[in-house]
Design a protein around this ligand. Sequence first.
Ligand SMILES: [Zn+2]
Length: 157
Amino acid sequence: MRFIHTAAAAPAVPGAYLLLIALPVKLPVALPHRPETILPPGRYLYAGSARGPGGLRARLARHMRADKKPHWHIDRLTAAGAVEGAWVIPGGDECALVAALAHLPVPLPGFGSTDCRTCASHLLHWPAGAKLPFRHRRAGGRASGRPGMALPAPCIS
Ligand SMILES: [Zn+2]
């Protein structure tokens, strides 16, 4: 499992990924048959899997592209915010990722997990100070994030 900043750095093989999204503004999201929820500004993690042609690289390229036709709920979030990077797990399973992050709050039940029977949501909120069970960046690596994004730097173990 490693953190990548660009889709080009992801392998073109099937697997799971965890997107790191910085949302600078609050975002109203309405899932089918549910009341509208306002996602507050902050950092979010979205677990997904890529099984199609081009694998993880193709899927992450789509997530990181700004000009795309919205198709999934996550497209609303990546359009309103910025994808700072992703952890990639070739051959991995997105529900196992969610299970490893059970200590993080679920901002919107059902988000990304309508086909899933085990997870409350595939979208998690990553509050400042909450620790993740894996590394964000290599030692000595550059800080992620865009200039002008006034988000607190989370503390990572
Ligand atoms: Zn799941």
